[in-house]
Ligand binder design. Structure first.
Ligand code: CMC
Length: 427
């Protein structure tokens, strides 16, 4: 028998169906509420609202668990690679060898961008934020495929999925090169996905570029760790835009803009800026912890807290382990790492953070690795976008495959009641 929840509204009792997910999560289906009672549910920020049923990613925020398609994140980070994770997320299963080879070849072959699109990078000011650039260029990509981006055509969706996954690293690296006044480096198809990106970022046409295997692996791992995180702000954005049947490029472009926000993917840049600020201010960690606790202060400890995780973010734990290895291997001695470690230790002993279950999130340590790899601070969120791309695509596809209606929340109007217009001269 279907489980039911009862809602008492005055004299009337309303029965609502209860849905149980494959991991035992429960939801009360409130969809019929307005039709049957005239009431809507009000949940600003969707903190308690499920927008869909999804089989892509499972998170247990209380226990710090993250799985893509059932596979634990630590196993994928250790044993898989980003291209395989892209397949897993966008196709729904791990590929066979033949499927993997065909997919990898396709992502490699599509890595070039149209020569005309390259001119777009020059239209931006030299110091333009690369998130603005990649969001604009991804949107502009759609203009090169105008006759083949029908969201309801599976073959067109497949090819555009490959195009986007293949071209975003090229677009990101071109944005970086443009900001440095350096020549763009064409993708080298003899390299892996991450190796290709590194060469496009740090290579020069004047000399050979040798990919450091350890650095390549760390980049690949970071991309895996960022690949999906179910219904976060940018993914929800991509789903909502896609629900209007907007094409994949337009939907992902909107997701990139959402990710840019400092409360979302932009936090990794802010973490580094915060650590630098603490260092420049004499390293007084107490002062910043006090500011974070102070209700009258706007300051938040960047890289701490999460809407879903009320425990250590499992991605942060994996990155934290990598930080030591990368810094040792590259011979980097970064004073900001010491500040980060002390900040973490102190915050985890502090009742303000303990009571609110505020733990380090994925952004807390990722920036330190990017910095060690010489990736400039304003490119950190771009790295997040590169990683999150397969997740966005998987959700965009799932939304369409399930035939979900256009995203359109309700509101409770609290403005003026009807009143008569007065002419400007009479006001
Ligand atoms: N520093 C200080 N206080 C905090 C912080 C923080 N980083 N995060 C939350 N709080 C406090 C907040 O003031 C509130 O206190 P009170 O109950 O006394 O009013 C309480 O903790 C609950 O916070 P919230 O804002 O209701 O929680 P939320 O789920 O709405 O916000 C968050 C989650 C990630 C936006 C927030 O924790 C935050 O702003 N963190 C800093 C930015 C950051 O690191 N963002 C990256 C998120 S992970 C990557 C991603 O998925 O994008």
């Amino acid at each position: 028998m279907t489980e039911k929840a009862s809602l008492q509204l005055g004299e009337t009792t309303i029965e609502l169906d209860v849905l149980t997910g494959s991991e035992g999560e429960k939801a009360i289906i409130t969809k019929p509420l307005r039709k049957t009672t005239g009431f809507v549910s009000l949940d600003p920020g969707f903190v308690n609202t499920g927008s869909c049923q999804s089989d892509i990613t499972y998170i247990d925020g209380e226990n710090g668990i993250l799985r893509y398609r059932g596979y634990p994140i630590d196993q994928l980070a250790e044993k898989s690679n980003f291209v395989e994770v892209c397949y897993l997320l966008t196709e729904g299963k791990l590929p066979t060898k033949a499927e993997y080879d065909a997919f990898e070849t396709s992502l490699t072959r599509h890595s070039l961008i149209h020569e005309d699109l390259k001119r777009m990078f020059q239209a931006f000011p030299l110091n333009a934020h690369p998130m603005a650039i990649i969001s604009s260029v991804v949107s502009a990509l759609s203009t090169f495929y105008q006759d083949e981006y029908d969201p309801m055509n599976p073959e067109q969706v497949r090819i555009n999925t490959h195009r986007l996954l293949a071209k975003l690293p090229t677009i990101a690296a071109h944005a970086y090169k443009q900001s440095r006044g350096q020549p763009y480096i064409y993708p080298d198809n003899s390299l892996s996905y991450s190796g290709r990106f590194l060469k496009m970022m740090f290579g020069y046409p004047t000399e050979p570029y040798v990919v450091d295997e350890d650095v390549e692996r760390v980049i690949d791992q970071l991309l895996i760790l960022h690949a999906d995180h179910e219904q976060n702000c940018s993914t929800t954005t991509v789903r909502i835009v896609g629900s209007a049947r907007a094409n994949l490029f337009a939907s992902v472009s909107a997701g990139i803009s959402a990710l840019w926000g400092p409360l979302h993917g932009g936090a990794n840049q802010r973490v580094l800026e915060m650590l630098q600020m603490i260092k420049d201010d004499g390293g007084d960690i107490n002062k910043y912890l006090n500011m974070a606790r102070d209700r009258n202060s706007e300051f938040r400890l960047m890289g701490f807290g999460h809407r879903v995780y009320k425990n250590y973010d499992p991605r942060a734990a994996i990155i934290r382990d990598s930080v030591d290895k990368v810094l040792t291997k590259l011979g980097v001695n970064d004073p900001l790492v010491n500040i980060a470690r002390e900040l973490e230790t102190r915050a985890l002993e502090d009742s303000y953070f303990v009571d609110r279950k505020l733990y380090p999130n994925v952004d807390f340590y990722s920036g330190i690795i990017y910095r060690a790899l010489k990736i400039p601070t304003n490119m950190f969120t771009v790295m997040f976008a590169l990683g999150r791309l397969p997740g966005w695509i998987a959700h965009w596809k799932e939304n369409l495959a399930q035939g979900l209606p256009i995203g359109r929340p309700r509101q409770i109007y609290i403005g003026e009641n009807v009143r008569d217009y007065t002419k400007l001269s009479e006001r």
